[in-house]
Ligand binder design. Structure first.
Ligand SMILES: NC(=O)c1ccc[n+]([C@@H]2O[C@H](COP(=O)([O-])OP(=O)(O)OC[C@H]3O[C@@H](n4cnc5c(N)ncnc54)[C@H](OP(=O)(O)O)[C@@H]3O)[C@@H](O)[C@H]2O)c1
Length: 263
């Protein structure tokens, strides 16, 4: 089913992949609701969209807070209409060995992306199922193909996101609503600046995967809006690693661990 330009909600809209996706959707005529915590950034982006003739509304919320997300969803519904598209891009987290990760860091990582995606999807799924149409797109990480050493809680939260997507795929069969997991290799966003100390844990094999810009990621996501697919990897080198992990899990795990850092 083709989804036309209507109302879209993007979590993590204040930066990186979410921000670029928001801009691309607005340029295509979508009315976009922007969710993230930093209100100044959301206001600036909404003003930029309005300046270009688009429509945006903002909700400065911690998406790990289910009640706050539900309140934001009510506002989107009452001011505009139920969305036909939700892009779950809110996510953060430092890469560390588990015993070196603080309790609050573990909580924050499960908060976004996993809880954020679960709460936002829950907030809009009923509307989408009732309408018989809708797209859920979750931004995933290569850590949920096979983890690398030293990003333990980060990887676990991305596996939780992947689990949410796989469970939703089963739930949503025959409803007209789709769930997609779109996984990127390294992206030139603010992620590593926002999560200092993480980059040093990228395994050497990661050097084979070209870095994507947030704008290129947005193009990939808009491609999934037009033609939904359950699982998408970008770029091609990452798709090859995912294929290798599926058919040769042992050697692929060995390669990723062997080119990563050790204690
Ligand atoms: N960058 C990469 O190399 C890469 C590669 C593959 C996958 N990914 C994944 O893609 C996702 C987005 O990353 P990015 O590269 O776009 O990073 P980014 O530029 O740091 O953006 C992260 C976004 O998530 C929002 N966010 C974080 N925690 C939130 C929370 N609790 N509630 C609401 N919003 C929250 C941030 O907004 P506020 O701080 O304003 O709340 C920000 O808008 C992450 O899950 C990341 O793991 C990234």
């Amino acid at each position: 089913m083709v989804i036309g330009q209507g109302v879209a909600v993007v979590t993590g809209a204040s930066s990186g992949i979410g921000r670029a996706t928001t801009m691309a959707l607005a340029a295509e005529g979508w009315r976009v609701a922007l969710l993230a915590r930093r209100v100044g950034r959301l206001e600036a982006l909404a003003a930029e969209i309005a300046g270009a003739g688009g429509e945006a509304m903002i909700a400065a919320v911690d998406c790990a807070d289910g009640a706050a997300v539900a309140a934001a969803a009510d506002r989107v519904r009452s001011v505009w209409a139920p969305p036909s598209l939700l892009v779950n891009s809110a996510g953060a987290g430092v890469w560390r060995f588990l015993e070196e990760t603080r309790h609050d860091e573990i909580d924050a990582m499960i908060g976004a992306p996993y809880l954020a995606a679960a709460h936002a999807s829950r907030a809009f799924l009923g509307d989408m199922i009732a309408a018989g149409r809708g797209r859920l797109i979750h931004v995933g990480s290569p850590a949920s193909i096979i983890p690398w050493p030293g990003a333990t809680a980060y990887a676990a939260s991305r596996w939780a996101l992947r689990g949410l997507h796989e469970a939703l795929r089963q739930d949503l069969r025959g409803t007209g609503v789709t769930s997609s997991l779109v996984t990127f290799g390294e992206v030139s966003s603010e992620y590593f600046a926002a999560n200092p100390g993480s980059r040093q844990f990228i395994p050497k094999i990661g050097g084979l995967i070209p870095v994507s810009t947030p704008e290129r990621c947005a193009e990939v996501i808009l491609g999934v809006v037009r033609r939904p697919r359950a699982t998408v990897y970008h770029p091609l080198a990452l798709a090859l690693i995912a294929w290798s992990a599926a058919v040769l899990p042992g050697p692929t795990r060995w390669l990723i661990a062997g080119t990563g850092r050790r204690h």
